[in-house]
Design a protein around this ligand. Structure first.
Ligand code: SF4
Length: 362
């Protein structure tokens, strides 16, 4: 591993000095080298806002919050409604509630000053491993590893870690920690984030512009996008079923039913189908439809299982109406509330009629 004044930190900080992104919550490298520290309130606010969201989306919200509530104590004194409505549009509203709870705690228990170590910060509402390390490092100069998704990707490539995610995080943290320079830990954290966001991107990393390209193992191997290695997906359990597309001969109308109110795809439209069961034996259609023509099978993957659905078609001379469904005429059938699995079945059974059909839900 590299020592604390190692070449990785030196090369990266030299790059950061030239290419740091100007961000409204950031003290740039020039001022930071002079020893100026960022306002912990701004670091905390930006980091909470940036969870699951982009810099571009966060910037106007951040600017508005700071204008309305310039300090953590101001934010603590704001009403729930004001904070909630200022947050509206950023999503994940639980974060807004945690943000406000955290501000109140810092104002009441800590005299309006954030605690200065990652360990103490992690005790506050809404602050986890990453955010506590980011605040401690950027605002207070603590020498801790700050590892977000960007940093995980950069270091997995730099050292060609073959351990899949999320386990690789431990190796990444150890190596990041070994690289953090004693004099500029906050700049190093921000530089690794910037490198991941602007150069070492998930697709087509700009390795020619990277300050670490001479030592990057994945770049040398020409295999950058393999890292970070993803854990193999678990095979989903498979279910089997049969579905019948009934067509009225006189006008080409298709028989539709509404799925039950609870369970999978509630209240959406379907053609008659058997239950979708786990056994390998193919469920058979109702006795009334034993003469239906077998057209083929479709595959569909739901969140918790994969489905093989045998598709049948039956053209009926003079079918009786009943209350379990309705006949949808050809000009209306594409507008019914079909989920994707049913669209696949219809396209197989009636390719010309349903060429333009679109699912209303997956
Ligand atoms: Fe990422 Fe390429 Fe730099 Fe390696 S050389 S860290 S793959 S940008």
């Amino acid at each position: 591993m590299t020592d604390k004044t190692g070449p990785h930190a030196r090369d990266l900080l030299a790059w950061y000095d030239r290419h740091a992104r100007p961000l409204p919550w950031r003290i740039g490298p020039d001022r930071s080298k002079e020893g100026e520290r960022q306002d912990p309130y701004k670091v905390w606010l930006s980091e909470i806002m940036l969870q699951q969201t982009t810099v571009a989306a966060v910037t106007p919200y951040f600017t508005n919050f700071i204008a309305r509530w310039p300090s953590v104590s101001d934010l603590a004194a704001a009403s729930d409604d004001d904070v909630r409505s200022a947050w509206a549009g950023l999503g994940y509203y639980r974060r807004a509630a945690n943000l406000h709870a955290c501000a109140r705690l810092v104002a009441s228990e800590y005299g309006g000053k954030f605690p200065q170590t990652a360990t103490a910060l992690k005790e506050l509402p809404g602050i986890g491993d990453y955010t506590s390390a980011a605040i401690a490092s950027i605002a207070f100069g603590e020498s801790v590893a700050v590892v977000d998704g960007n940093v995980e990707r950069v270091f997995s490539r730099l050292f060609q870690f073959d351990t899949p995610m999320p386990k690789v995080k431990r190796d990444v943290s150890e190596h990041v920690k070994a690289c953090v320079p004693v004099d500029r830990p906050g700049d190093f954290a921000q530089a690794t984030m910037d490198l991941g966001a602007t150069v070492c991107t998930p697709k087509n990393p700009a390795c020619a512009l990277c300050p670490w390209n001479e030592s990057c193992a994945a770049f040398k191997a020409g295999d950058m996008e393999r890292y970070p290695v993803k854990a193999p997906k678990k095979a989903k359990p498979r279910r089997f079923g049969s579905a019948l597309v009934r067509v009225r001969q006189s006008d080409g109308a298709v028989w539709c039913e509404t799925r039950p109110d609870g369970g999978l795809l509630p209240n959406m439209t379907q053609v008659p189908t058997t239950d979708w069961i786990k056994a390998e034996t193919q469920p058979e259609l109702d006795n009334r439809y034993r003469g239906a023509e077998h057209i083929g099978a479709i595959e569909h993957v739901f969140t918790h299982f994969a489905l093989t659905l045998q598709v049948y078609r039956q053209v009926e001379d003079n079918p009786a109406d009943d209350r379990s469904g309705w006949w949808s005429p050809p000009q209306k059938v594409t507008q019914e509330a079909w989920p994707t699995v049913m669209v696949k079945a219809l396209k197989l059974a009636l390719p010309e009629l349903t060429a333009t059909i679109r699912p209303k839900k997956n």
